[in-house]
Design a protein around this ligand. Structure first.
Ligand code: TPP
Ligand code: MG
Length: 810
């Protein structure tokens, strides 16, 4: 297979090249661009003929990407969107075969290393995690953070990728991390469509990079449309670089270098990228390259045609300003290539792309057909002994009749055959069942695996170390226990950084990091602007580049501002690359109850429903939180830790090994044994429940109190389910709305742990009101579960079971 990759070389320094070298480079560039265009054209056809489900392509954006690729070096990063196939081919981070394998959703990571068939086409990623969980040497590879489909959603992560270079350059303690950086010389290249710059995430990340002065190079591919919506409905003055001019750096200010260049002007593009990226790389100044006059020869995607919303004039203009048409014209006019040579190049390229497409298709189809042949044979054998021979033979005919079959066709028909033959216990049927079971295992791996990194480095395998206490252990405020834990970890591991609003100078609003900035420098304990989405993105990008970041969201209520990044990007990272990428980011926040509508949130239902792929830790006090941080900082998976907002000044005993002891994830703890009712609760309500237990005991009621400690994973040892075997009654208490986090817990205990079979009374929940709690102590009392609510709810359960012994209170 000929190589698609660009030759090293630099057209803008053409004066230093011989004309032949220059010629060769330009011709090769054009070939890469032209092959990419063919891939777009064939790709679209494959969708329209039904071989692939959906197609979105980079046609009309080729030439700028050739120029961008020239400026891209080993160690650099890309975080972009679905138009960048030419760049990926030109850098060698992807190729035509992989392009088609992804279009056909091939689940083999060898064939589609970016996503193993999990992502729509043109969603790119390089694999930087080895099978054993170790990192590849990113300083030696070109790197592409995994794309997501949400436009603009990658911008926060881009900021973090760029910020890592700044830390690697400025913090000399990090020089030992040679696999991630060489003196912070790496540029993070971002791409985004003109329409998507309307997103808040774009502006938030843009501003933050200007403040931080990081080597972030944003290219805006401006084709004047976002699907059907034209620039005048997207962008003030219809011109994004015009309105971003205020970000231009001046003498003595921070800011950006801003460039504007036309997307069909090959020479200008090459010059611009060379100049822009040099500034970005050398000086760590963010740059914006606004590439205008781009086109969409085939329209936005396979979902519809652009003739519906573009004027005839616009369509004609697009034909004329097609970047490859312009480049071709310039090459012939400049005698770089003759028209005949060009025709030959193009016809060879067409053939080559077709070949790649066919190979990619056949590779997947042959596997599927081979599996189908086995299934057909097994069904056929089973049919010989079956009372349903005819039905089974017609299933075989249907299988044979499948056009472009998928795995699901085979499996669905096998399952149908097994339903048809219920009760026929032949050896042949058993063989089919066995085959199905084996395929199910393989398909689970293909389609459902790697929600988490799931390697030996997972926090689930971090050794459990118990907290140890000296006889004269100091009793401190909870925040001081945390502070000691962070201090020990910062000392131990130089790659740990923490940042967020008010985290640096004052050491966070509750002083968990107090004094640590002075001790470890503002490169490691850092204040940020008020920008939750990019705080998380900053952490994610850092975590992808070898740091151990703790990104702080000041209050749990503000997590909503970062939920897109957490849900779309961080939580799906391992899954959408099938383990090819990871970002062991810890998001630290505090919540549950304090005062007022936006400082008492406990939206665990929201969190659990939107962030599968992130561990969710709900420590009941700061010592447990410290143990969880100790675990998470030694594992490689992302997690959210929600500390109790009202717990920082409560007294706790300082463990002697405060930076070493670990609290295992998924290990529920029975805090009080009892025989009457099992109560599962977490976070701030635990203290209330423990208090209630005392009063209930005086009433002759013995509750068993369980703290799951982490909601994801949830009680992996079935401690809750086993408790129900003793008490036969279940009450779940939390501070979320009814049907929020408590519904999740019920599903886990009643269904997954088979708790249903132990119950002799209706399972109950006690939650907060459906609205957010009003300000003040009365607001709290009448909105969140109180001591009285807990006691009365438990008592009522006992009253319902035995009214004689427990008459109604009122
Ligand atoms: C957050 C989000 N909103 C909406 C969409 C649907 N969508 C996909 S592409 C697109 C248009 C993007 O236009 P632009 O940014 O100009 O990029 P282009 O496709 O023109 O290159 C839209 C609205 C999306 N994928 N994500
Ligand atoms: Mg656009």
């Amino acid at each position: 297979m000929p190589e698609t990759v660009l030759r090293n070389g630099d057209t803008s320094n053409a004066a230093e090249l011989s004309f032949d070298d220059f010629r060769e480079i330009v011709i090769n560039d054009y070939r890469v661009g032209f092959e990419s265009r063919q891939a777009s054209i064939i790709g679209r056809r494959e969708v329209l003929t039904g071989k692939a489900k959906f197609g979105i392509f980079g046609d009309g954006k080729e030439v700028a990407q050739l120029a961008m690729a020239k400026a891209f070096r080993k160690g650099d990063w890309r975080a972009g969107y679905y138009r960048d196939q030419t760049f990926m081919f030109a850098t060698g981070m992807s190729n035509l075969k992989e392009f088609f394998a992804q279009l056909y959703a091939n689940p083999d990571i060898e064939k589609d290393p970016a996503s193993a068939g999990r992502q729509m086409n043109c969603h790119y990623a390089t694999r930087y995690v080895n099978a054993d969980g170790s990192w590849v040497n990113q300083a030696e590879t070109m790197n592409c953070a995994a794309d997501i489909s949400t436009t603009g959603g990658h911008m926060p992560r881009l900021l973090g990728l760029a910020y890592a270079s700044k830390l690697y350059r400025q913090n000399k303690e990090l020089e030992y991390l040679k696999n991630f950086s060489i003196n912070g010389n790496e540029v993070a290249f971002g791409t985004i469509g003109n329409g998507s710059t309307s997103e808040g995430l774009f502006f938030e990340a843009f501003n933050a990079a200007g403040v931080l002065q990081v080597p972030m190079a944003i290219s805006i591919w401006d084709d004047a449309y976002a699907i059907s919506v034209p620039a005048k409905l997207q962008t003030t003055k219809e011109d994004i670089s015009e309105i971003l001019k205020g970000f231009q750096r001046d003498k003595g200010t921070n800011g950006y270098e801003i460039f504007k260049v036309r997307g069909w002007d090959y020479v200008a593009l090459c010059e611009t990228y060379e100049r822009a990226i040099k500034i970005c790389r050398d000086e760590h100044v963010p740059v914006l390259i606004h590439v205008t006059e781009m086109t969409q020869p085939q329209g936005h995607s396979t979902s519809g045609s652009h003739e519906r919303y573009k004027s005839k004039d616009r369509l004609t203009w697009e034909d004329e300003h097609d970047c490859l048409v312009q480049m071709r014209k310039w090459m012939i006019q400049s005698a770089i290539i003759s028209a005949e040579e060009m025709d030959l190049l193009e016809s060879n390229a067409k053939k080559y792309v077709r070949e790649c497409q066919r190979e990619a298709w056949n590779e997947l189809e042959n596997e599927i057909k081979a599996e189908m042949a086995i299934a057909v044979e097994l069904i056929n054998q089973m049919s010989q002994q079956s009372a349903h021979k005819e039905g089974l033979q017609s299933i075989i005919s249907l299988l044979h009749a499948c056009v472009d079959p998928g795995r699901r066709d085979t499996i669905a028909y096998v399952r149908k055959a097994l339903r048809l033959t219920i009760g026929e216990n032949t050896g042949e049927r058993e063989a089919l069942v066995n085959w199905l079971n084996e395929e199910n295992v393989k398909n689970k791996e293909r389609f459902n695996s790697k929600l988490f990194s799931d390697t030996p480095q997972s926090p689930l395998y971090v050794p459990v170390v118990a907290a140890e206490y000296a006889d004269d252990a100091r009793i401190l405020d909870g925040r001081e226990v945390l502070n000691a834990c962070f201090d020990a970890n910062f000392e131990r591991d130089k790659s740990i950084v923490a940042f967020g609003e008010d985290v640096g100078s004052i050491g966070d609003v509750n002083q968990g990091f107090a004094g640590l900035q002075n001790k470890y420098s503002d490169l490691r304990i850092t204040d940020t602007g008020i920008r939750e989405a990019t705080i998380v993105g900053q952490g994610m990008g850092l975590a992808m580049r070898g740091f151990r970041p703790i990104a702080e969201i000041q209050y749990l209520d503000y997590l909503l501002y970062s939920i897109t990044v957490l849900s779309d990007d961080l939580a799906s990272l391992s899954y959408r690359t099938r383990g090819g990428q990871k970002a062991p980011l810890i998001v630290r926040t505090r919540g549950h109850r304090l005062e007022g509508i936006w400082h008492s949130g406990s939206p665990l239902g929201l969190i659990l429903n939107s962030m599968r792929g992130i561990h969710v830790c709900v420590p009941r006090d700061m010592t447990q939180a410290a143990g969880m941080y100790n675990t998470l900082l030694r594992g490689d998976e992302p997690a959210l830790v929600i500390e109790c907002l009202n717990g920082y000044r409560l007294k706790e005993k300082l463990p002697a090994n405060v930076g070493e002891f670990t609290v295992p994830l998924g290990k529920a703890e029975i805090l009080r044994e009892g025989t009457d009712v099992t109560i599962i609760t977490y976070g701030s309500t635990l203290r209330i429940v423990m208090e209630a237990a005392e009063e209930l005991e005086k009433m002759g009621i013995y509750i068993e109190v369980i703290d799951p400690q982490t909601l994801y994973p949830f009680d992996t040892e079935n401690i809750c389910g086993r408790s129900l075997q003793k008490t036969n009654k279940l009450l779940v208490i939390d501070e979320d709305i009814p049907g929020g986090g408590s519904a999740y817990i019920l599903q886990k205990v009643i269904e997954a742990q088979n708790g249903y079979y132990s119950l002799d009374a209706q399972p109950k929940t006690l939650c907060a009101a459906e609205h957010r709690p009003p300000y003040g102590s009365d607001g709290d009392y009448f909105s969140k579960p109180s001591l009285d609510d807990v006691i009365e709810t438990v008592y009522k359960m006992m009253n319902e079971a035995n009214p004689g012994k427990y008459p109604a209170i009122y």
